[in-house]
Design a protein around this ligand. Structure first.
Ligand code: SAM
Length: 189
């Protein structure tokens, strides 16, 4: 961590992996879609000529095939899949999971499942507003299963609760005869 103009800057996962150990990683594969971020990774690669680092620019779901041609099938492998949202395709997870040779431990996977940041937003409470099936089919492991769970979603909805203080505040903010006041009070218990 360094202090830069008062802001605290933390290493991202590529640099965390670079400095991990001992034992250190003997090979590192960094995949980034955005050109400027990939340039930054290349700069770190150039600054560490004694580390065996490969940088791939492009969609990780496509570039994973290039990585897999280089990735050992018998040595231990750790893969960190860290999407911002729903960019990760389940096919990519499957490819990594089935890469190792028979009898060797599988690739260890650490996956950020971006539920609040992305997936919950792709699933509207009113199913008639759903327009993201295609994206969810790509991201989710099972096309039928996520639909089943989504259909039951209303059963998971928790009752809206609030403290007596908040309830009296609402009564105070919304004077008698305000349209919707009764409805608002009924909604909170
Ligand atoms: C949550 S950040 C993770 C960054 C990194 N793991 C770290 O700790 O600093 C997600 C990164 O994935 C990149 N990204 C988004 N979609 C991608 C894709 N389809 N393929 C490769 N990288 C992608 C974004 O540009 C962003 O840099």
């Amino acid at each position: 961590m360094t202090k830069d103009h008062g802001a605290t800057v933390s290493d991202g996962s590529p640099l965390v992996a670079l400095h991990a150990g001992p034992p250190a990683f003997t090979r590192l594969f960094w995949v980034e879609q955005k050109e400027t971020y990939a340039d930054s990774l290349r700069a770190h690669q150039a600054a560490h000529p004694n580390n065996n680092i490969s940088v791939y620019q492009g969609d990780a779901n496509a570039r994973v095939d290039d990585v897999l041609t280089e990735l050992p099938r018998v040595y231990p492998v750790f893969a960190f899949l860290d999407p911002r949202g729903p960019e990760l395709s389940w096919q990519t997870v499957r490819k990594l999971a089935s890469h190792k040779a028979t009898g060797f431990p599988r690739v260890e996977l650490l996956i950020l499942f971006a539920y609040n940041m992305a997936l919950a937003r792709l699933m509207p409470h009113r199913p008639e507003l759903m327009v993201n099936e295609h994206e969810l089919d790509r991201f989710m492991p099972d096309r039928e299963r996520w639909r089943e769970i989504y259909a039951k979603r209303s059963l998971f909805t928790a009752p809206v609760t609030c403290s007596p203080k908040l309830r009296s505040l609402i009564s105070w903010i919304l004077p008698e005869n305000t349209p919707g006041r009764t409805h608002a009070q009924e909604q909170i218990h």
